[in-house]
Every structure is written in structure tokens, then in C-alpha cells.
Design a binder for this molecule. Structure first.
Ligand code: NAD
Length: 258
């Protein structure tokens, strides 16, 4: 699946910055935006995976570049965006998708895991938005989509740092939307349930559970695919959603958090 089933080109003449772009959901988002005509800046700390994805996108005739930096470095976030805006003139779409999932309840989680969860899942989103918003505001055009999680709305047990940091993504999204809607910058979030990606596979390896077991818990009969989240992100980012702002859209196959 290429992510271009409809063949639409909603992102012609746009530049999109995607974080965590080399991971499971991020790669699907990058493929979708690129397939629909955007120049995609594939941001990830994993240089090999980012370069592989960009090579794939370029060979399919899409337009992309890789941008390897650590989101834990606020100066790098600012410098990357400044360079991209300077060279491209504008950034129309920012997808804050990078995230990590550190397991543990209050007493088993380490303070380091708590801090790291907030640094990647929340602080990086803050720094990327601080860097990108000025150019969107001056253009009076832009769309930000943040990857929250269903667990940020309804917590799964034993994932305190992840759940609370994703709740912060939800709150951040709604706050930013209210502040920047008057500038015609829309801010939304997606809240996925279980999606089959390297992050999910790592969780399964730790717990000894199987994909089939997870599939059986979902009323639609299976866990989600990265391409399905990417389609939602692309819709929210596109001009097809001009009145959707400050929304957090769940994508879960009707699964409730167990
Ligand atoms: N997979 C799921 O079931 C699921 C469910 C709900 C929400 N999410 C969210 O979706 C997003 C993507 O998850 P995924 O499953 O594709 O994960 P993934 O682990 O496959 O991808 C995450 C990517 O982020 C990058 N990254 C991590 N830390 C970074 C840093 N400091 N600097 C730069 N890049 C960094 C990684 O290199 C990786 O490529 C995350 O925010 C995650 O919390 C995933």
C-alpha cells in the first residue's frame, strides 16, 4: 500500500516537517504526505532508517529529505526549522509524531524514565512548535498534527509516564489551537489505540503477548495499521478539514482501554 489509494494531491507546493518520521507511524505519515505532493522533511535520530525512507520516497518520484537530529536538543529543533524555513520559504504542515513508551507504575518507573518521557513526548513538541509557528502565523496558513494516544485519554495500567505525557499532548493541542486559530493555524491531535509498529512489537516482546491476542481484543477484529493513522493525519492536515481545530481524534477500532 502506497498511501495514495485515492490518488489525491492535497499537499502540492507544501513543505511538511515530520518527527519520528523513520518509525512505524511516522514513516507511513511521511509516505502519505509525500505521495500527495508535499516535500517531506524526514526528522529522526535514527540516521540509517531516515536515509532509507528518503531513498525509497525519492525513488518513487516523491520529494523528501532526511534531517537527522535528537529532539532532546532544543537548539537543534530551532536550527533545523530555521534552516528549512529559510531554504523552502515556509512550512505548511508540522507533525509532532516522535514518542517513546517507558513502562512502569509510580513505584516501578525510574525518575529518569519519567523525565525522558516528558522530554521526548512533550518538550520536543513544544520546541518544534515554537520554531515553526512564527512562519505559519506570518503566512496565516498552517496545520499542526500531534500524535497523542488513546492512553492519554483513558489510561492503560502500568504506563504512568507515557499516559500522563500523552495527556499533556492532548492539553497542549487544545491550548495551542485556541491561541493560534485566530491566525488561521489549525492544531489537532490523533489518539491511536494499538497500531502495529516497532514500538508495539517491542512491547509485545517484553510482555510475551502476541499480535493475535491483541487483535482479539479489538471489536473490529484487528489492531490498527500505520497507514490508517497516516490517512487520518493527512486528512486533519489538509484543506479538507478547514473547520477542525483543537480536536483529538481517536482511532482505535472501537477498542476500549482494558
Ligand atoms: N504503536 C502504537 O500502538 C501507538 C499507539 C498510540 C500512540 N502511538 C504514538 O505514535 C507515535 C509513533 O509511534 P510508533 O509506534 O511509530 O513508534 P516507533 O518507535 O516505531 O517510532 C518512533 C520514532 O521516533 C524516533 N525518536 C524517538 N526518540 C527520538 C528523539 N529523541 N529524537 C528524534 N527522534 C526520536 C525513533 O527513532 C523512531 O523512529 C508515538 O508518539 C507513539 O507514542 C503509538
Amino acid at each position: 500500500m502506497t498511501g495514495r489509494e485515492g490518488g489525491s494531491r492535497r499537499f502540492e507546493r507544501t513543505t511538511s516537517v515530520v518527527t519520528g518520521a523513520a518509525g512505524g507511524i511516522g514513516a507511513a505519515i511521511s509516505r502519505r504526505l509525500a505521495a500527495e505532493g508535499s516535500h517531506v522533511v524526514v526528522c529522526d535520530v535514527d540516521a540509517d532508517a531516515a536515509d532509507r525512507l528518503v531513498a525509497e520516497l525519492l525513488s518513487s518520484g516523491a520529494d523528501a529529505e532526511s534531517c537527522v537530529f535528537d529532539l532532546l536538543d532544543p537548539a537543534a529543533c530551532a536550527a533545523v526549522v530555521e534552516e528549512v524555513v529559510g531554504r523552502r520559504g515556509s512550512v505548511e504542515v508540522l507533525v509532532n509524531n516522535a514518542g517513546i513508551n517507558r513502562r512502569g507504575d509510580l513505584l516501578s518507573l525510574t525518575p529518569e524514565d519519567w523525565d525522558l518521557s516528558f522530554s521526548v513526548n512533550v518538550d520536543a513538541m513544544f520546541h518544534m512548535c515554537r520554531a515553526v509557528l512564527p512562519s505559519m502565523v506570518s503566512a496565516r496558513r498552517g496545520s499542526v498534527v500531534n500524535t497523542a494516544s488513546q492512553w492519554g485519554l483513558s489510561p492503560a495500567p502500568g504506563h504512568l509516564a507515557y499516559n500522563v505525557s500523552k495527556a499533556a499532548v492532548v492539553a497542549f493541542t487544545k491550548n495551542l489551537a485556541r491561541d493560534y486559530a485566530p491566525h488561521n493555524v489549525r492544531v489537532n491531535a490523533v489518539a491511536p489505540g494499538e497500531i502495529r509498529t516497532p514500538m508495539l512489537e517491542a512491547g509485545l516482546a517484553r510482555s510475551g503477548r502476541t499480535v493475535a491476542e491483541l487483535d482479539a481484543l479489538v471489536p473490529l477484529g484487528r489492531i490498527g495499521r500505520p497507514e490508517e493513522v497516516a490517512a487520518l493525519v493527512a486528512f486533519l492536515a489538509s484543506d479538507e478539514a478547514p473547520f477542525i481545530c483543537g480536536s483529538v481524534v481517536e482511532i482505535t477500532g472501537a477498542q476500549a482501554v482494558a
